[in-house]
Write a protein that binds this ligand. Sequence first.
Ligand SMILES: [Zn+2]
Length: 476
Amino acid sequence: MITVYNTMTRKKEEFHPLREGEVSIYCCGVTPYNDPHIGNARPFVTWDVIRRYLAHKGYRVRYIQNFTDVDDKIINAANREDVTWKEISDRYIAAYFTAMDALNVRRADVFPRVSETMDDIIRMIETLIERGYAYVTETGDVYYSVEAFAPYGCLSGRSLDDMEAGARVEVNATKHHPMDFALWKAAKPGEPSWDSPWGKGRPGWHIECSAMSVKYLGEAFDFHGGGSDLIFPHHENEIAQADPCIDADVKFARYWLHNGFITIDNEKMSKSKNNFFTVKDILKEYPGEVIRFFILQTHYRSPLDFSDERLQEAQTALARLKGANEVIDELLKREGTADTAADLAAQSEAFLRDFDAAMDDDFNTALAISQMFGLAKEINRYHQEVERGAVFDAAHFRTAAEAYRKMAGIIGIFEQDDAAPADDGLTNAVMDFVISLRQEARAEKNWVLADKIRDGLKEAGVLIEDTPTGVRWKRA
Ligand SMILES: [Zn+2]
């Protein structure tokens, strides 16, 4: 039985999926306007392990993660460089993939972008207006009316009065209540804009995640994730927007899981404090698996202090686990029918049970990893026995080897070849770029160029497929 800490109820609860054998997850993605820092990476590494564990438990997992590709920060970056917003967002979406590939983070099933979900977002805003939860101002902005939604504050545990007292409320005479927030912002000169029933403009930040999660997962789904800084206002607002649009008697997200911050000298790492380290820069010093392992050595809800010393410790610890993996490689080549590893096989099953028990307890990767160390020690001990002359027992040893590798597969380590430098994700970055060029050609109905790109890739041994969820590529 999996139990998870649900921010909504502030306690650990038993996890029961909405649909038998399936788990649906939405995690808030990045605003692509810079290289991701290690604090940005934490939720994605966390959810990658959760996905792997749920798959190991036999669930079919559907995982959606968005890109906020229309945003003030992107527009500002584009103006600074005198390029289009699209150039900035495409560049840093590619940077996101490069960094996450290096951390063995598997791709989401869909990566919806705001710019490609505009119709669904507009439709949801229309519904909110029709149902009395939003209003249009004279300037063509649309605001959400927090007073219309009685449960407002249910996730963060705050009342409207508390929020108002705590917030530096901007003076804005057009809003009915100081905490009302923008669903649609009327276009300003020089900004990207889209047509809407309220004139040209672009959506506010919060509405995209309500629209995208419902679009790709349905009105109700299992997990909603993100950093704990998103609880208020972002996730609070997501609930306020989605709930009134749902007709069926279902809850929007059923379990809200929030990861803790990465800190430096006990201060939250953030772009605004300028005390951040990008994944790209850390990768110059450490392999991606070390960074991943460093993140997973701490339970996802605890704060995680970042330092060079802690990364070095993670590197040493991971090397010990890899040592046992090499022992496995070596021993699996041997044959032997003795009965000398029966104890090891039994122990490995106990370690795997305890590993699962740790993961069942709110995905406690720190404790789960300690079970790997326990089994690594026993594998090394058996190896020494064999080296000292004990007759090898292939069948029982294989049981231990499989248990160890099952754990490694969930933690997501031993996937990178030590001999080669950590994959810098160049192939993926280049492919993302080439595919984006083809998409642009298609958008401009330049079929000749689009086909030329596809055929050229085919000649180079790369097949691209247009699927309902986007373009994929694979080696032929
Ligand atoms: Zn979000």
